[in-house]
Design a binder for this molecule. Structure first.
Ligand SMILES: Nc1nc2c(c(=O)[nH]1)N=C([C@H](O)[C@@H](O)CO)CN2
Length: 120
């Protein structure tokens, strides 16, 4: 399976369980992997034959900033659902980092894999 990926997509949004977190924006970083077949795009050299990482990035940022959430798990699940429903990908891997959440750690986060197969 080929992959279109986006690494360390920065999104400033309201995210967190605690009251003080609901008053501020915090930065999340996302790694996205979308499984697909890139043979046609590689041969044709046409953008319409692949997944446009610029469009995907804009959609993901718009989704995450549209509503406050508590858990980064919820962010990951919503992003996976969006990617599978709006883009021609077979499966996705979504990693959400919340740097700074645990001062003693470089970063913390969650990683999920979801496939179109599992939806049907
Ligand atoms: N597995 C998770 N653990 C925690 C989360 C989370 O989203 N997923 N969130 C918090 C708080 O919001 C924390 O980031 C505040 O520093 C705690 N644990």
């Amino acid at each position: 399976m080929d992959i279109v990926f986006i690494k360390q997509l920065a999104v400033d949004t309201v995210i967190g369980v605690y009251d003080w977190e609901k008053q501020i924006k915090q930065r999340l970083l996302l790694d996205l992997e979308l499984g697909c077949d890139l043979t046609r795009a590689g041969r044709s050299d046409e953008l319409r034959h692949t997944l446009d990482y610029a469009v995907i990035s804009e959609r993901v940022i718009a989704l995450i900033t549209a509503q406050p959430l508590e858990l980064i798990e919820s962010v990951a699940e919503r992003v996976a659902e969006l990617l599978l429903s709006e883009f021609a990908t077979q499966d996705v891997k979504v990693t959400v980092y919340k740097p700074g959440a645990v001062p003693a750690a470089q970063t913390v986060g969650v990683c999920i894999r979801r496939s179109r197969e599992a939806l049907s």
